[in-house]
Design a binder for this molecule. Sequence first.
Ligand code: ARG
Length: 463
Amino acid sequence: MSNTMWGGRFASGPGVVMEEINTSIDIDRHLYRQDIAASKAHAAMLAKQGIITADDARKITDGLDAILSEIEAGKFSFKRALEDIHMNVESRLAELIGDPAGRLHTARSRNDQVATDFRLWMREEIDRIDAALATFQRTLAEKALEHAGTVMPGLTHLQPAQPITFGHHLLAYVEMAARDRGRFADARRRLNESPLGACALAGTSFPVDRDATAQALGFDRPMANSLDAVSDRDFVMETLAAAAITAVHLSRLADEIVVWSSPLVGFIKLSDAFTTGSSIMPQKRNPDAAELVRAKSGRIIGALDAMLIVMKGLPLAYAKDLQEDKPGTMDALAALSLALAAMTGMIADLTPDAGRMKKAAGAGYAAATDLADWLVRTLGLPFRQAHRITGRIVAAAEQAGLPLHRMPLARLREIEPRIGEDVFSVLSVDRSVRSRTSFGGTAPKNVRAQARKWLRRLAAEKS
Ligand code: ARG
């Protein structure tokens, strides 16, 4: 069967493989709400401009509303032969209202239609992701407040570096999520222009009012260049870039959860809600959700790559390559939403083992920097010299098999005779974290203040 939407000069229908490669209805059916909303805005504008009659516009609008109900009730039969959502809707409209349906496509093209629909879809998706990121931040900040004083080892190179607080560690991810939200908001701001009325690529000779359709659909303004309007997919690339960076952040946290929850480390416990057992090893409690969050970042990054590669060779204006913008994007953003929900759930769920964390924080001479700082502060040594002396003390402690705070004062004085008893006051992990009060530092009182600031800010956002 030739496609009745464009079959005028085609004698026969496409070959089977042609239809298979060409159809996009399985994916773009998800745009039905946006497609119908954009068609209604277009029809109203056409009538207002006297391009179609008010009576036809009413029939079109009623027909579109009926189609919306059919789709939402699961009663709409999507036809692959009709390629995409635009032609499926229009063809059904013709069945429902007859001739006036044919007037809807005046002064528009599927090229500006699909660009409009996808922008509307993306805008909603960004708003959903932003809300999920806000919930994620709130959950992290609440946990951070609860654990503002819970000491753990801070690592560099996965080696114990300096003691930090668990709350401080969690708040690092709140900051990352804030930047993620900024990137999504930025993408949203730029995407919010209307391609509708650009038509196939060159605009139209009909007296359309693009400001009116833009406004009706909640866009800030119509896009200023018709070629750009139909061929631009920056909004897809930008949103996927924001999604990919977010996914990288989630993956890093997921990786930490995998490490922390391993019995080899034992810093946190996840409940049954976010772990699975093994069919053969009864003792196992696997952090599958965290592992899947880590893995899903691959699909999300992959979708960005795929989109960049689709775009890079495309001359202006529309090419069917652009139809490939949707499958990977929709998959990636669904994966991101799921990953965010899982990560938020895991953060709320996890319980740290404060005792184990604290013990590990004291291991590996993590207070060495505190000792060096003490030498600088108390004896007035240049930091480089203090670093050397501390290095010799750590070597001696290692040789004696003792942690720094157990080293006999006499032994310390063999290395630096001016060291006094009060040095021990900085060698405990609690003292160490409490002393890091510089702005952005790990001291529990800083963490408490930052967590509260975030919780206040997030609460204010909601109202
Ligand atoms: N299904 C198409 C897409 O997603 C709609 C636009 C088709 N335009 C065309 N000139 N064939 O891109």
